[in-house]
Design a protein around this ligand. Structure first.
Ligand code: ATP
Ligand code: MG
Length: 576
């Protein structure tokens, strides 16, 4: 199912203007109603337990986008309540990725900044009879949960004296008990139709050093006991998250309302408002950080920034631009139901952007030598090559023509079928930006492999001259054999074979789901000297071949290019 919303409406002026998405509508409604004195504050709340992926980009565009559009502020909050999985490496990477995407946060906060206040609030709840320490095992507690239609069973510890819970909670925090020995639960309603109200766990013992607070704390709050409260402490007005939190919203409100009773100094009527939108799922892609970590740890990919990963750093290394990612997010929009987006739409977005911005150059990935037998030995000519025909202000660079060139092996065929318009004996083709040549034959090695192709050029047909208007059906690209340089080219394909790998992973090992041909390394490509000067962070189109960027592994004496995407757009074909 596609979840493309119909979010583009024609404006009266005749040009296209975007209609508001449902979150913007809610925000505008709140502004009209005068809520929060017109103040807009959002937050992006990643858990620093992995690198950001394209799904996070969707949340980032929403959280920062709302603040930007309505003159508010979006803060970055690290949701660091589980020290077992979190690390500063991730904190740093998250900051870098948001910055690269082009968004600016107001402040940086950490949920761990609120550990003291959250702890005090928990004690307050115990004192008020709203929480108790439960010594049952996780299995026992789970077995008592009931089902949505049958009530749960109360824990035998539910009515223990307040003083006893308070004492135990303090000793839990002091490190007196092992992990799992007991937990703190909110005392709400074991018969609630909302399962999250059946005495949810709010604190657990974790005996791992935290990346910011070290060993100061022996207990850590659960997500439901930290998120809404953190929003409240910071003054968040709209807490935007994904749909799976919709069922948590009543609990979010419940804790915030209790907190308001004990926390002084908050504006009258203030309460952060949670709004949920659909998660991004992409075909042939796994998005869960746990699974991505597994791919890295088991060595299926070269790291979090492997160009096949859906991480922001992977996409960056692959050659995606921040604009293309933002434009993709804009195209898919925000809805209230889950779906799966075709990967081809993401590829379409980057193609569209790179077509506008990428510099054009010539590279031959599978070179075979072409000798222009009637071209004088030792002669060369510099031909002009437009850097970007899509850009009216584009410069050009020169490409050197010589007697010996390299062309793609697949651009020559000794016995070609009728509709083959490239190099075949007796047929004319144009060499891009240069001459028309007529193929005269080839030379093969003892195994029948073509090692040289021969052609004669027509000196009257130099590209751009009026007399060069003779029509030929095919144009092929080339580089000079003498001044082109060798390069390694990495061709990427989808990492998973299955269209919905997360589903498939339910009864298969991760390794079985991987596409064995997701990476093809071309070791002996030839690129024109213009491309040899390409730098990391620049975007290129290799004529007729695809879009490429320089990999960080690239060195002046060993160039490495990554294919971002091929030229062929499967999205347009299917959808136009
Ligand atoms: P994962 O399941 O991949 O580990 P997460 O939800 O645990 O993701 P967080 O770091 O907690 O990751 O997410 C930070 C924010 O990004 C949350 O508001 C979350 O809702 C949002 N987010 C995460 N994944 C997606 C996604 N696929 N599409 C849209 N938003 C997402
Ligand atoms: Mg999470």
């Amino acid at each position: 199912m596609s979840d493309m919303p119909n979010s583009v409406a024609p404006a009266e002026s005749g040009e296209e203007k975007k209609s508001l998405n449902f979150v913007e509508q809610i925000v505008e409604g709140d502004l009209r109603a005068g809520k929060n004195d017109g103040r807009i504050q959002t937050r992006f709340p990643p858990e620093p337990n992995g690198y950001l992926h394209i799904g996070h980009a969707k949340a980032i565009c929403m959280d920062f986008g709302i603040a930007q559009k309505y003159g508010g502020v979006c803060n970055l909050r690290f949701d660091d309540t589980n020290p077992t999985k979190e690390d500063v490496e991730y904190v740093d990477a998250i900051r870098e990725d948001i910055d690269w995407l082009g968004f600016h946060w107001g402040n940086i906060y950490y949920a761990s900044d609120y550990f003291e206040r959250l702890y005090q609030f928990a004690e307050e709840l115990i004192r008020a009879g709203h929480a108790y320490v439960d010594e049952q095992t996780a299995e026992e507690i789970a077995a008592q949960k009931g089902t949505p239609t049958t009530p749960g069973v109360a824990s035998p510890y539910r009515d223990r004296p307040i003083e006893e819970s308070l004492d135990l909670f303090r000793r839990m925090n002091a490190g007196e008990f092992p992990e799992g020995a007991m937990i703190l639960r909110a005392k709400i309603d074991m018969a609630s139709s909302n399962m999250h109200f059946r005495d949810p766990i709010i604190y657990r013992i974790i005996k791992v050093s935290h990346h910011r607070t070290g060993t100061k704390w022996g207990v850590y709050p659960m997500y439901d006991f930290a998120h809404g409260q953190s929003d409240f402490f910071e003054g968040v007005t709209h807490s935007i998250c994904t749909l799976e939190f919709e069922v948590h919203r009543p609990l979010y409100d419940y804790f915030v309302d209790l907190l308001k009773k004990v926390e002084p100094n908050h504006p009258e009527g203030y309460r952060p408002r949670q709004i949920e939108f659909n998660r991004l799922n992409l075909t042939y892609t796994m998005m869960s950080k746990r699974k991505l970590l597994q791919l890295v740890q088991e060595g299926h990919v070269a790291g979090w920034d492997d160009p096949r990963m859906p991480t922001i750093c992977g996409l960056r290394r692959r050659g995606y631009t921040p604009e293309s990612i933002r434009s993709f997010i804009d195209k898919i929009g925000y809805t209230k139901y889950d779906g799966i987006i075709d990967m081809a739409l993401l590829e379409h977005a980057v193609r569209e952007d790179l077509n506008r911005h990428a510099l054009r150059g010539s590279a031959v990935l599978d070179p075979v030598r072409l000798i222009i037998t009637n071209y004088p030995e030792g002669q060369t000519e510099d031909m002009s090559f437009l850097n970007n025909p899509e850009d009216p202000n584009s410069d050009s660079h020169t490409i050197r023509f010589s007697r010996e060139l390299f062309i793609e092996r697949e651009d020559f065929m000794e016995d070609a079928p009728k509709k083959y318009f490239r190099m075949t004996p007796g047929q004319e083709v144009r060499l891009k930006s240069a001459y028309i040549v007529r193929c005269t034959g080839c030379k093969k090695d003892e195994n029948g492999k073509v090692i040289e192709v021969y052609a004669e050029y027509d000196p009257e047909t130099l590209s751009g001259r009026p007399e060069s208007n003779r029509k030929v059906k095919g144009t092929i690209h080339w580089v000079s054999a003498t001044d082109s340089v060798p390069a390694e080219v990495r061709l990427y394909d989808r990492l998973f074979l299955d269209e919905n790998p997360s589903e498939a992973a339910k009864d298969k090992e991760l390794a079985e789901l991987l596409n064995p041909e997701s990476l093809t390394i071309v070791r002996e490509a030839r690129v024109e000297p213009f491309l040899a000067q390409a730098k990391c962070g620049e975007y290129y189109q290799f004529q007729r071949v695809g879009y490429f960027c320089v990999d960080p592994d690239s060195r002046p004496d060993h160039l490495v290019f990554n294919r971002t995407v091929s030229l062929k757009d499967t999205w347009k074909k299917v959808n136009k």
